[in-house]
Design a protein around this ligand. Structure first.
Ligand code: FES
Length: 159
């Protein structure tokens, strides 16, 4: 069966299989991701497609799971680069195994935990700064984290 046979399925046509291929418009409709977003994810190496004889993109069905995870990550503000690292060991060219998804899941959990701790720290610092307002380059951890601006010389560096 060719890829176009699968994507041009009729109601009485062959039943979809796990190896089925989906046209980009169908993937967009199923995932809610814009066609332009799918192309962008592909440019970043987050997903992969194959072209048919007319140059149209077709995605293997297992790519839907990746796209769903990308959508969730975007909603909670995870940078796409972080996602790429989290997916680094999950194959693009075949359906990932349960163990491969489990490994990615553990890495993902660690990243979320790091992110949660960072947000909690920033929340504490921001709450203090809103109440303070001193804008001190020496004392304010938000304006000058780790006193990084001291390396640029004395006096005001930003304000
Ligand atoms: S504004 Fe005073 S410590 Fe940040």
């Amino acid at each position: 069966m060719t890829r176009s046979d699968m994507t041009d399925r009729r109601p009485d046509g062959p039943r979809p299989t796990p190896d089925d291929w989906l046209a980009i418009g169908e993937v967009s409709a199923r995932t809610g991701a814009a066609v332009s977003a799918l192309r962008f994810y592909e440019e970043l190496g987050l997903i992969a497609s194959e072209r048919d004889g007319r140059g149209r993109r077709h995605y293997p069905r297992h790519m839907l799971r990746r796209i769903a995870l990308i959508s969730v990550a975007k909603r909670i503000g995870i940078p796409l680069q972080d996602l790429k690292e989290a997916f680094a060991d999950v194959p693009l060219d075949r359906p990932p195994s349960h163990q491969e998804w489990q490994r990615a899941s553990r890495g993902w959990k660690l990243r979320l935990e790091e992110r949660r701790q960072t947000i909690e720290r920033l929340e504490a610092e921001l709450t203090g700064c809103i109440g303070c307002g001193c804008l001190s380059m020496k004392a304010c951890a938000l304006l000058n984290p780790g006193d990084e601006l001291a390396e640029e010389g004395v006096g005001a560096r930003r304000l």
